[in-house]
Design a protein around this ligand. Sequence first.
Ligand code: SF4
Length: 453
Amino acid sequence: MILEGSTGVVDEGKLARIEMMRACILTWGCQLNHHKSEEIAGVLAAAGFSIVEKPEEADVILLNTCMVRQKSEDKVVSRVAELSRLKRERSVLIGVGGCMPQGRGSQLFSLCPTADFLFGTTGLRYLPELIQRAQRGERIAFIPEPTGLEYLPILRKSSFQAYVTIAEGCSHSCAYCVIPKVRGPLRSRPMGEILAEVEELAQKGYMEITLLGQNVDAYGLDLHDGTSFAGLLRRIGKIDIPRVRFTSSHPAYMTEEVISVLAEEKNICEHVHLAVQSGSDRVLRAMRRGYTREQFLALVERLRRAIPALNITTDLIVGFPTEEERDFEETLSLIEEVRFGTVYVAAYSPRPNTPAEALGDPVSKGEKARRLQEVLNLARKIALELHQERVGQTVEVLVEEHLPEKGMVIGKTRDFRTVLATGGPELVGTLVEVEVSGATPAALLGGVKEPVL
Ligand code: SF4
């Protein structure tokens, strides 16, 4: 660890220089990573940086990266190359951080030769010092092992929706997944701290919180004191905040108690993101997911029985090394059977230092593209049918954004459907009622009736 022993505290002379610095943070990947960027912004703002939106306006550009798939990495590498044109015009520092440096180490400098420094997924409180040292010409890769929990200031992007991390890392080790390596083992935050954060957000008037973890259902297992996700949800259900969401759920870890809490606590939204990954037992076993197709379907049935209005969304991988045509067909039939609200599908790409890397990548690119397209076509057809069933109904929507060019607003229902409705900018951040008059595979369409809150 290169900055070992450093306190991360800057002296006044250094601070004067930092105050004049503008930082731009670009983010790839999951919601956890987007929330990490809010922490990075918090650390830098506390050290005197101003945070800007555009790289062209920045003195230092930080790229908070994702390495879940090869495609995500390729995007970052080409963005770094593109940003380096700014270096020809003026002095600007480029720092590449997050999962890619954590997974690839200082070798990432060879993929991103114009990067001035690398940082990992933890040790973020040292960023101001790291930037100063890069300013002095030191080319540092600061990538500590991801252990423990960090307590960092947060600069939130939204004044009405907030992310709350409940646990870092994952200890499950699915065969294809790089997360346990780059984010470390499961580390659950103490429940009292999470509750205090949610209470504070409620007092500030936040309308919606999303609890984040790689596998929220594993929350508490590392604490060995009976702390559980169901217990946490039950307590959060009593806090006065209109909407509570959580992601991601793992089918092998979701307990009956969690299902009961979802059914009982009224502020918990009727949506579960339950990553299934494949519909074939053979592939699920090779992926080391820890459940069978039958167990997954039984879980879906229990969930729907307890919460009839529940929208279940999922993640799928096509082209896993052992996936044959018959396995793929089982995935299609699972989609038909469950009728997921949304399917997030990705083509498999081997990740470094994962158990599945040894299996190679035998499914051709063209075949993966075909399977991906078939899943998308089927998922869109089902989404349209599900959306059409809502035409004529009135739904509660949290308005997230105003689209001035369309004279419309966009937001989400409690069950995580996107809604486009006529409305003005004053509705952003409020709950409104929308009468649904039309549907597409991606959204419900309608007009705003009246504010709910
Ligand atoms: S549960 Fe599996 S897929 Fe999810 S983060 Fe952990 S190892 Fe990765």
